[in-house]
Design a protein around this ligand. Sequence first.
Ligand code: GSH
Length: 210
Amino acid sequence: MKLHTCTGAPSPRRVTLYLELKGIALDQVEVDLRAGEHMNPAFSALSPNQTVPVLELEDGTCIWESSAIRRYLENLNPEPPLFGSDPIERATVDCWSDWVFMRGLIPVMEAFRNHFPGFRDHALPGPRPVAQIPALAERGQTLFSYFLEDLEQRLQAADWLAGDQLSVADIDALVTIEFAERGIKAGPAAAQAAIAAWRDRFQRRLNGAA
Ligand SMILES: N[C@@H](CCC(=O)N[C@@H](CS)C(=O)NCC(=O)O)C(=O)O
């Protein structure tokens, strides 16, 4: 099996961070998004959305959504669990990862893609033309600042988003923050100390996983 990916892009990072924490090694194929490689017919045959990441299995099956790739790998490699280990934990992880996606990742993506000239008529990935809407870029910045406030509050109450254990929800929150820092020049304030402490904890886990 091999992972089609692009270093530095947020959706692939949701998978590669997961791989790091699980200790899973996969063959990786770098797709040059800047050069438009993902729009080539060969890549389009792997992903109807023309997006990375894609996990290509030995039998030719392609899994072309980062969440679905992680779920698939989790079923093959249950330890250590990053989706929770019983029905309540799993539901809690799902709640928090959906929350990060809707309240954090989508707003940052909107702020980024509706602003940069390089995404003119490509405000959403995929083969269809999608016009930029500058008001969505502005709204994305505001929503991201709300996300940080709510994340700070959550991390004052719990070590990890879904409770006692690091999960895919934490991966997605970290990816969201890194994406915002690079892409829209926004990030946590110095006063958001619980977020800073959580990032330190996360880094220690990554160092331990290496
Ligand atoms: N929902 C998809 C989103 C994938 C996605 O948007 N990937 C971006 C890179 S972060 C991409 O391939 N963009 C290509 C483009 O903008 O044309 C997932 O999570 O896998």
